[in-house]
Design a protein around this ligand. Sequence first.
Ligand code: SF4
Ligand code: SF4
Length: 222
Amino acid sequence: MIVAERKTIPELIEILKGQKKVLVLGCGTCVTVCLAGGEREVSIISSALRIASRLAGFSLQIEELTIERQCDNVFIEKAAEAIERNDAVLSLGCGAGVQAIAERYPAKPVYAGLNTAFLGILEERAVWTEKCVACGACVLHEYGGICPITRCAKHMLNGPCGGSREDRCEVLPDRPCAWQLIYQRLKGIGQLDRLKQIKPPKNWNASIHGGLRVIVREDHRI
Ligand code: SF4
Ligand code: SF4
């Protein structure tokens, strides 16, 4: 899922300075699960902004709403009336959600209330870790399902860097060395031979480094 974090209230006050009526719009999917932008956070942030804006000398009138997904026009439609009657939208969706709302309402200021961080999973209660940087050409099958691009601090594709201590990464000592995990996993599934193959340099054209990415499914177009 997409993992995000809330911006601080002082940051949001700075962003919303000069606005009068603001819709704080939550998203019921990824950012709800990572406790950043769901119904509960909409309520907490709205209360905090009411108080903080009063203290800052411009009392915000805030409406609260959470829709199922901000990155989908079908669900954005359900927020149409609330968006229309407010001067601006503070979106608690991920970066895609914020931009989807802004594209749909070109005359309405739409602000990001979150910092979108990464694609990850819940590792333990209240701890999320990154698992994928969406490189566009997945090689997980070659590494036992453990991504060296995301989980190795040096993005090593042909074995470990040699700096690990015990099973810890030398760059991030609180994290396991990804190559230790890859080795154990490949050993466990009887595929250690994969490590004998030298991988050529990765082509990053399919990643964000190749520019904006678009996927078109011609077989589904009308
Ligand atoms: S190889 Fe690329 S697509 Fe696959 S998990 Fe790693 S970053 Fe994500
Ligand atoms: S110690 Fe392991 S995870 Fe850390 S940079 Fe080196 S190979 Fe990558």
